[in-house]
Design a protein around this ligand. Sequence first.
Ligand code: HEM
Length: 365
Amino acid sequence: MSPSDKYKTIHYQSYLNLDKLLDSQHPRSLQVEGKLAHDEMLFIIVHQVYELWFKQIIHELTSVHQILASQKIDERDIGIMVHRLSRVNKIMKLAVDQIDVLETMTPLDFLDFRDYLFPASGFQSFQFRIFEIILGLNDKKRLTYNNEHYKSVFNEAQKQEIKSLEDSKSIHFLIQKWLERMPFFKHKNFEFLSSYKEAVKQMIEKESALINQSHHLNNSEKEMRLKMLEGNQDYFDQVLDEQKHNQLLKDGSITFSFKATVAALFIRLYRDQPILQGPYQLLTSLKDLDERLTNWRSRHAQMVLRMIGKKIGTGGSPGFDYLAKTVEKHQVFSDLLNISTLLIPRDQLQPLPAEIEKELGFYFH
Ligand code: HEM
């Protein structure tokens, strides 16, 4: 391309391809009945806006995925990933808020054109599935309905694309591998896990002494609290004993490997160390994204209940009941959220040996 071609003027209309974009709303009520159901325009535009945002989200997540898949990830890369994920999180916030706009359509307004949609449904959103798969929602974990595979609604080319994406490594997988490569756990006289386990032991002993010595609790209340404390201890043991952890992995009740869990815990506990700031923010932005997606699922399910009650969906699912179940079941990074259960107060944490602190800090001289 010659320099003069390169900077040739372009019109707003053509740059944004507005002729095509604005000619893409064709209400079915008008086509079928010859009479426009007023709110169908809003219904179409809201869905189209979602699909555009899904496109942008996939664009950002694909770049995060590429960085994570590279051999070496340095501080700069972490900054880029955090920045792009925070953009996705802002979009997801809009995605949740946008439901308010659609809800200005009342259930009766929706009934004016709902029958013309059959059997189309958001369940057939290809981009939404790509979004979920890149993040790491795998086939085994996925809920479906009517004993049909979720892929059955797509054409052959789309099925192939989904399959190859499912076969490749997701962000969930790559983050795990990155965590497993984290150094700093063992250093001469310091071994993070045993120092942490000792701190947990002391914390539980302290809490149990406080319960036993309390003048405000009667004996049965004390017994109940001590039992709950035992439950906490069991949780720590289950997650931090490698063998028990591997059993939970096998059962499918957790998804992060032992090593990755310990690394994520280390980052959360010692996040004030300058070099752990980036990794901490990366884990936080993934947690935020999972939370925002869960918010969207929950908000969408609520809207569906308000709009069609307990009727079946146009895509043939049990509607609200199916969607409400996905809210918990389709979370991808719940293991990162569960790390909070393993946190202990800062003052009970063993300080890091000076040499490690030095390695984790930034020094200008
Ligand atoms: C009046 C508004 C809406 C109603 C009544 C509604 C209803 C439903 C129902 C019943 C399902 C379950 C599948 C089925 O049986 O069809 C579903 C799935 C879905 N809808 Fe909506 N929906 C609405 C708006 C939207 C909007 C604005 C979006 C934005 C893209 C959307 C995206 C989706 C997606 C992605 C799924 C698949 C969810 C999953 O399988 O996890 N829906 N919707």
